[in-house]
Design a protein around this ligand. Structure first.
Ligand code: GN1
Ligand code: MG
Length: 365
């Protein structure tokens, strides 16, 4: 029996297991889909405990989030159409998870049927849907006190801490590199070191406040209904924790506005699409405008530039540390991923004026 089979048997799925297969493209956790003998599907995940120091906290956050969102949705005036959260299957011992012989935590979540993810948008309506979903997620959670949520991943989106780690990785003695792509990446980071502090400084100054965030709203994590093409769920809730909504806005736009994706055949095809940005942000703001402050708007551009830069720096540091964090299929893949995110950062910098005027325009509506 494979480890996933052994673990799956420890959950109360209400059905017998027919088949288990690897699923999705996550860079951190291992994901499988179980098919039961009655044709139902369940997501089974092994949480990467090198990344998440206390995985039990993820499950506690998921419960807290679920209770809060359901209470908000039960309030009057909310339409029938709303975001869904995956169901949590309990283990036969009553817990929300199973721990395997190696100490890793596994969980089983409801599979939201008749949905799919998109590799890239094919029409503006899909981009508006992504904006709706992120905005709705923030609107449903902004009144949940952030202290009610654990930090599942301490330091996640702490760009100055990532920069300090990057510097440590650079300082380690290794062969002098003549790899021009690597040298270019190193100087790309060094000349932007000031950028890393932008959001943290604003937060410490009290200009931005902590709120619950999704943490990883990349395009892969939006589930579109197969028929209506509407987003019905935002999945991958491991990084739900206190953060800045700017982290989510920046991450969503980083992922969605680059139609070439995170692993393009040609880095030259990486760009930042302003029409997609307009569709997402416009719809996002129609869900969130009631509780956003002038400073919230002010820091949107900074976040759009910072988050791809931060992710590039994280990939680059992992490359320098011999790929300990992100899964790789080939040597040098994390360096390649870093180059893609830096190409996107550069594209955003070239469009700065137009992005800033777009944000100003949308904030007036
Ligand atoms: C990781 O595992 P996955 O693909 O959901 C990462 C995100 C990155 C993303 C880039 C916990 O998410 O921060 O934006 O890769 N998650 C963590 O694809 O580090
Ligand atoms: Mg994730």
């Amino acid at each position: 029996m494979t480890p996933e089979h052994t673990v799956a048997e420890a959950f109360n799925l209400g059905d017998r297991i027919q088949d288990i297969r690897p699923y999705g493209h996550g860079l951190i956790n291992d994901t499988f889909v179980i098919t039961t003998t009655t044709g139902r599907h369940v997501i089974l995940q092994r949480i990467n405990h090198r990344v998440f120091p206390e995985p039990v906290r993820i499950m506690e956050n998921l419960r807290t989030l679920g209770i809060h969102i359901r209470r908000r949705q039960d309030e009057a005036n909310f339409g029938a159409r709303d975001l869904r959260l995956p169901e949590i299957f309990s283990a036969r011992d009553g817990k929300d998870y199973v721990t395997d012989a190696q100490g890793a935590l596994w969980r089983a979540l409801g599979f939201i049927e008749n949905t799919h993810t998109l590799a890239a948008f094919t029409n503006p309506g899909q981009a508006e849907e992504a904006g709706y979903a992120l905005g709705r997620f923030h609107a449903l959670t902004h009144d949940l006190a952030p202290a009610r949520l654990h930090e599942t991943l301490p330091g996640f989106h702490n760009a100055p801490a990532y920069f300090a780690r990057f510097l440590r990785a650079c300082a380690r003695p290794r062969r002098v590199s003549s790899d021009t792509a690597l040298l270019h990446c190193l100087s790309f980071v060094e000349v932007r070191s000031g950028l890393t502090r932008a959001l943290e400084t604003a937060r410490h100054a009290g200009r931005l406040r902590l709120r619950p965030i999704h943490g990883d709203p990349k395009l892969d994590n939006f589930l579109f209904d197969a028929k209506s093409e509407r987003v019905v769920s935002l999945i991958d809730l491991d990084t739900v924790q206190p953060g800045l909504i700017q982290h989510d806005i920046g991450d969503c736009l980083r992922s969605c506005c680059n139609p070439a994706g995170e692993s393009p055949a040609d880095i030259a095809s990486v760009r930042f699409d302003l029409d997609i940005c307009r569709a997402i942000l416009g719809r996002y703001l129609s869900e969130t405008r009631d509780f956003l402050t002038p400073d919230d708007y002010h820091y949107i551009y900074v976040a759009i530039r910072l988050i791809p830069f931060e992710l590039g720096m994280r990939f680059l540091t992992d490359h320098l540390e011999n790929d300990l964090y992100f899964k790789t299929d080939w040597p040098g893949q994390n360096l390649f991923r870093a180059r893609v995110q830096f190409a996107l950062t550069a594209a955003i910098e070239r469009e700065e004026e137009r992005i800033r005027s777009l944000i100003a325009e949308l904030s007036q509506e």
